[in-house]
Design a protein around this ligand. Structure first.
Ligand SMILES: Cc1cc2nc3c(=O)[nH]c(=O)nc-3n(C[C@H](O)[C@H](O)[C@H](O)COP(=O)(O)O)c2cc1C
Length: 161
């Protein structure tokens, strides 16, 4: 069985909702996986070592991840080199269509790549990772579920890394 962490920061609930949908997509696919959905505020940085896959989500704050998520990433330096080869992913919410959600996703992916993790884009829809703009719409939530399925399959080796 594979273990996946979906770790998010959310002040008003949108990014948390995305995390739940990503978790649903993981649960609904055929992969045998244990999924932990956790706010970054309660995530122990030492627990990162337990997971096969780590997916991070944040609201867009001034075009970048929230400070809480950045602090967590800075704390993760104590495990630098030990997350090599794990699967990574990222998602973000924002208020505006061009409000920096993509730059937020990329900033999260950059950190995961510096940890040596494996990151996959997609040729369809949200290329870097799912985003929600304002109130979540059905199509956006569907992209979250699809992303969860892709991460689980990638981690299980059903699709190539
Ligand atoms: C401090 C702060 C900065 C923000 N900066 C941006 C921004 O640069 N671009 C944008 O589109 N939305 C911005 N927003 C809006 C949030 O990204 C958006 O409401 C997000 O969906 C909130 O996520 P949450 O419900 O998970 O807390 C900002 C909100 C706050 C509180």
């Amino acid at each position: 069985m594979i273990k996946i962490l979906v770790c998010y920061y959310s002040r008003s609930g949108t990014t948390e909702r995305m995390a739940e949908e990503i978790g649903k997509g993981m649960e609904e696919c055929e992969i045998d996986c244990e999924i932990d959905l956790q706010s970054v505020e309660v995530t122990d940085v030492d627990s990162l070592l337990e997971y096969d896959s780590i997916v991070l989500g944040s609201p867009t704050y001034y075009g970048l991840p929230a400070g809480e998520m950045k602090s967590f990433l800075d704390e993760s330096v104590k495990h630098h080199g030990k997350l090599e080869g794990k699967v990574g992913g990222a998602f973000a919410s924002s208020a505006n269509p061009a409000g920096g959600n993509e730059t937020t996703v990329i900033a999260l992916l950059e950190a995961l790549m510096i940890h040596g993790m494996v990151v996959k884009g997609t040729s369809k829809g949200n290329h870097y990772g799912p985003v929600v703009i304002g109130k979540p719409e059905d199509g956006e939530l569907e992209q979250c579920r699809d992303y969860g399925k892709m991460i689980a399959e990638l981690t299980a080796g059903v699709i190539d890394r």
